[in-house]
Ligand binder design. Structure first.
Ligand code: FES
Ligand code: MG
Length: 580
């Protein structure tokens, strides 16, 4: 147990000298009496609130509840803002600023007199950004997410965030519904505050955080507008104060074992492919070795039992009522499919202690292992001469008949080329073709946008074709679906083999054996690569300077989690120098 004099904040507020005067005096301009912030755990509330991040726009109210909990438990709460990555508005993609946000979080925590932090995150990139930044400081931290939106309801049907956009837009292109009908779903899809209600990346990362043990149990699924969300925020505020005295730092939670639990959980929930990138980045910050092939070793063979869109039928609100993530984890644990039941979590109990009595109230939503949604839902890691450093496919969102497929490439040089030609009636493409999209990787886009789930050519949609094999160095939204090979590494912009694919090349996808190959000889492949690399232009954005040039020059490839090379690692929370 820590003593008052051991508190990190005592280095600021606890000294009888000029420095102590300066730190204390300016805090007092907020009307705070001495006893409120001296000798107590100072709890930072790291808030990604922003009205430009609609998914996180209710966070000041959540922060208020966290503060009540902190005060009740004898701490002193201080709320501070950090960069907020809103998925829906930010161009060229919120992924572009995930690392920027993580730097903001890391430096804000380290530089300030906080003994611990409550991380308020929700929209996709905010959760990994906050965990990455906090992990690099390694102080006690607990995450509270904002919760999902209520179920979308449109013309008598339940519709899911994002997923409905992809589906309805394909119907427009197939001539089945009008553009007016399409637009009329806008308001009915987003009915309340909160994050996407599908098992998109936000919900996935909330589940990842819960399975990693950095939230209180049940955090992931409680809807944003449910009173329980505020109760959980209050309880998290209370708990973080004890975590200070117990010195329960992130490194004690974010262990290799915790990441293995998360990988297994991702398969069971049909989680987003983005988790492969974000978990790697978080692991890198805390010093845990995590490889792409861990997803094969630990995740493959695990059934997807959660029947949520985009893979299945239901939404996060239904998931909450069915029992939430603890019910999924219990199902796994009862069948010995939870690799590390004894992993420690934020409430001081093991993961298994938290979930061993969790009930499943609806076996249509949280299915049984005997009746899964997908028999083997673990992310499929592919390697081969087209992806020497790997690529990712989400089986639960793919068409079984396309998981083993050989087809001729139809190549788009970049996303603009795709948009310009996809609707061309003369495009030489049929349902057996393999669509290949280049130049959408971390450096190339830049930011690795979620454009990998290219919509199908309208002339095929009109014929009732609903899926084709698509390959790119891009990501796709967690709300998207299809037989879509993503994160192909190395990417086009660094001269990966995807750069040399030509129209008409035969490509073979063999998911069962984790293989992705282009059917040309090694000599031909090398000759094409040499030619490509000799002609490859320098990205003009680098010369423009600013954050974009920093990003392009330092972002790592997808298999390394797309972190900046200079941000990997835990740098601790010590700051030996005072500011004056
Ligand atoms: Fe924010 Fe989906 S856009 S969670
Ligand atoms: Mg998303």
């Amino acid at each position: 147990m820590k003593k008052k004099t051991d508190l990190r904040s005592a280095q600021w507020f606890g000294t009888i000298d000029k420095n102590g005067f300066m730190y204390r005096s300016w805090m007092k301009n907020q009307g705070t009496p001495d006893h409120e912030f001296q000798g107590k755990p100072i709890i930072g509330i790291c808030n990604t609130w922003s009205e430009l991040t609609p998914c996180n726009a209710h966070f000041r109210r959540i922060a208020d509840r966290v503060k009540q909990g902190v005060l009740e438990a004898g701490g002193y709460p201080v709320e501070f803002p950090v960069f907020s990555n809103g998925e829906s508005n930010l161009r060229p993609t919120a992924m572009f600023t995930r690392n920027l946000a993580s730097m903001d979080v890391e430096e804000a925590i380290r530089g300030n007199p906080v003994d611990a932090v409550v991380l308020l995150a929700g929209c996709d990139k905010t959760t990994p950004a906050l965990l990455m930044g906090a992990a690099s400081c390694d102080i006690p931290a607990i995450l509270v997410t904002g919760g999902p939106m209520l179920n979308g309801k449109h013309k008598g049907k339940t519709i899911g965030s994002g997923t409905a956009v992809w589906q309805l837009h394909e119907e427009v292109k197939a001539g089945k519904i009008s553009i007016e009908e399409f637009l009329s779903a806008e308001r009915s899809m987003s009915r309340s505050e909160g994050t996407c209600n599908t098992m998109g990346t936000a919900s996935t990362m909330a589940c990842m955080a819960e399975s990693l043990g950095v939230t209180l149990p049940y955090n992931a699924a409680i809807p944003a507008v449910d009173a329980s969300r505020y109760t959980l925020a209050h309880l998290s505020g209370m708990r973080i104060v004890d975590m200070v005295w117990e010195d329960l730092r992130l490194s004690k939670l974010l262990t290799r074992e915790a990441f293995e639990n998360a990988i297994r959980t991702n398969a069971a929930i049909g989680g987003s492919t983005n988790a492969a990138i974000h978990l790697k980045a978080i692991a890198g910050r805390i010093g845990v070795d995590l490889e792409l092939d861990d997803w094969t070793r630990i995740g493959r063979g695990t059934p997807t039992i959660l029947d949520l869109m985009p893979s299945g039928r239901f939404l996060m609100e239904d998931f909450c009522y069915a029992g939430g993530l603890p019910a999924v984890l219990r199902t796994l644990g009862d069948a010995n499919l939870l690799p590390h039941k004894d992993a420690l979590t934020a409430n001081g109990k093991t993961l298994w202690e938290n979930v061993c009595n969790a009930d499943n109230y609806n076996t249509e939503v949280i299915r049984t292992l005997e009746n899964p949604l997908v028999d083997d839902g673990g992310l499929c890691i592919l390697r081969g001469n087209l992806a020497p450093r790997g690529a990712v496919l989400k089986p639960s969102a793919a068409s079984p008949h396309l998981m083993q497929h050989r087809g001729k490439a139809v190549v788009f040089e970049d996303f603009d080329d795709y948009k310009a030609r996809i609707a061309d009636p003369d495009l030489d493409v049929d349902e057996n073709s393999v669509m290949v999209l280049k130049n959408c990787g971390p450096r190339g886009y830049p930011g690795m946008a979620e454009v990998g789930n290219m919509g199908l050519p309208p002339k095929l949609l009109e014929r009732g074709i609903t899926d084709m094999v698509r390959i790119s160095d891009a990501r796709m939204s967690g709300t998207a679906y299809g037989t879509v090979v993503l994160h192909t590494a190395p990417e086009t912009a660094v001269g990966g083999p995807i750069a040399i694919v030509q129209n008409g090349d035969w490509i073979e996808l063999d998911s069962a054996n984790g293989a992705l190959n282009i059917d040309i000889s090694d000599e031909e492949l090398q000759a094409r690569l040499d030619k490509h690399n000799a002609e490859k232009p320098v990205n003009p954005l680098i010369a423009q300077g600013g954050y974009r040039s920093l990003y392009i020059e330092h972002v790592m490839q997808a298999d390394d989690g797309c972190d900046f090379d200079f941000l990997v690692g835990c740098r601790g929370s010590d700051v030996p120098r005072h500011s004056h």
